[in-house]
Design a protein around this ligand. Structure first.
Ligand code: CP3
Length: 345
């Protein structure tokens, strides 16, 4: 295995001492960057994720601009579904839209599995990126079974997840069959990335905060655990588990097999640490809206995040959710510099 022991990012994930607090941003690549809008042009979102040249360039853009401590693969959580043969697309300003929602046992039975060769362009892009990035880690990622299921069952983005919950509460066997298939797809997608050289993985369960702890534990946790365990079986890479509005689920999300738990801005990091098993590192958690306030407020709040993050064995600085499209990239550049200088004192 390559020796990446010197990376501040990997050290923080493992809870080892760091020269400075590492920082990257969820959605650091994307519409907030003019150079992204330029290279994407009118190439479709999912089409661009299957073009290794575009994936390489878009993944590198925020690394060059910000000097973040990790790159995150340019892709999408619904890409493996599309690559497996599900009829879906990403509509600008809306999100993933599925042609035929998956709601019955027959629908679930006809969901195609993912073959690693379906995402060969992703593996090719990862190999090129790892060679370019050298010591700087590359994060691979996948969507967790619940969040993927929500898009498939609802047919698109949803606030209340009513069809998903109706299936879960009303037909538990079909729910588990669906979540089990999605766990296999997510696990295959992550294994492809890790085998091609990705040095860390993040499992995005963005919408898990819609569930109570009891329902999360019964309907979701076993499937997310399958995904994280399957990564552990192929490589000793840090596993990050993230969701939004998941303050009540943090301990359970760690118990799914995470080395690092991502925290949104609703729970201060020192409080998150109290909710996590000893030894778990944290990632987060500046409110993504903060960067729209005057710099003095950004600075004060970022310092507070750094201070509270010291309660954890390891802290990876991030926003509490993705970079908003209207974000001024210059403020993010300044934030990276602040995190680095402030934490190196
Ligand atoms: O973090 C990164 O920089 C890596 C890239 C990344 C994208 N999607 C690129 C993208 C990552 C990690 C994702 C994951 C993802 N995709 C999640 C989980 C993370 C989260 O935000 O909670 C979710 C829920 C999705 C589904 C999805 N894809 C949504 C809701 C949207 C936004 C739709 C819109 O236009 O508002 C997308 C599209 C998407 N994924 C874009 C990018 C850069 C924008 C597409 C464009 O440029 O038109």
């Amino acid at each position: 295995m390559r020796d990446l022991g010197q990376s501040a990012f990997l050290r923080a994930c493992r809870g080892e001492p760091v020269p400075h607090t590492p920082v990257w941003f969820m959605r650091q690549a994307g519409r907030s960057l003019p150079e992204y809008r330029e290279v994407r042009g009118d190439v479709g979102m999912l089409e661009s994720c299957l073009r290794p040249d575009l994936v390489f360039e878009i993944t590198m853009q925020p690394v060059r601009r910000y000097g973040v401590d990790a790159a995150v693969l340019f892709s999408d959580i619904v890409l493996p579904l599309k690559a497996a043969g599900v009829d879906l697309d990403i509509k600008a300003g809306v999100g993933p839209v599925v042609a035929q929602p998956v709601r019955t046992a027959a629908d679930v039975a006809s969901l195609p599995p993912l073959d690693p060769t379906d995402v060969q362009p992703v593996a090719d892009a990862v190999k090129g990126l790892v060679a370019e990035l050298g010591e700087r880690p590359l994060l691979g990622f996948a969507g967790a079974p619940f969040t993927l299921a929500s898009y498939l069952v609802e047919g698109g983005p949803s606030r209340d997840h009513v069809h998903t919950k109706a299936l879960m509460y009303g037909d538990e066997d079909t729910w588990h069959a669906l979540a089990g298939r999605l766990a296999q797809i997510a696990a295959t997608f992550l294994r492809v990335q890790v085998e091609a050289g990705a040095t860390t993985v993040q499992l995005f369960d963005s919408w898990a905060g819609a569930l109570s702890a009891a329902d999360y534990e019964r309907y979701v946790l076993p499937h997310s655990r399958t995904v994280l365990e399957s990564v552990r079986a192929v490589a000793d890479v840090p596993r990050i588990h993230f969701g939004v509005g998941t303050g009540e689920l943090l301990g359970l999300m760690a118990s799914a097999g995470a080395d690092v738990v991502g925290v949104d801005w609703r729970v201060p990091l020192d409080e998150a640490v109290r909710r996590l098993p000893a030894g778990t590192s944290v990632q987060g958690n500046l409110d993504p809206a903060t960067v729209f306030a005057p710099w003095a407020a950004v600075e004060e709040r970022a310092r507070d995040v750094l201070r509270r993050g010291k309660a954890a064995p390891g802290h990876v600085f991030n926003l509490g959710h993705g970079v908003l499209p209207e974000t001024d990239p210059d403020v993010l550049a300044r934030l990276v510099e602040l995190v680095h200088t402030e934490s190196a004192r």
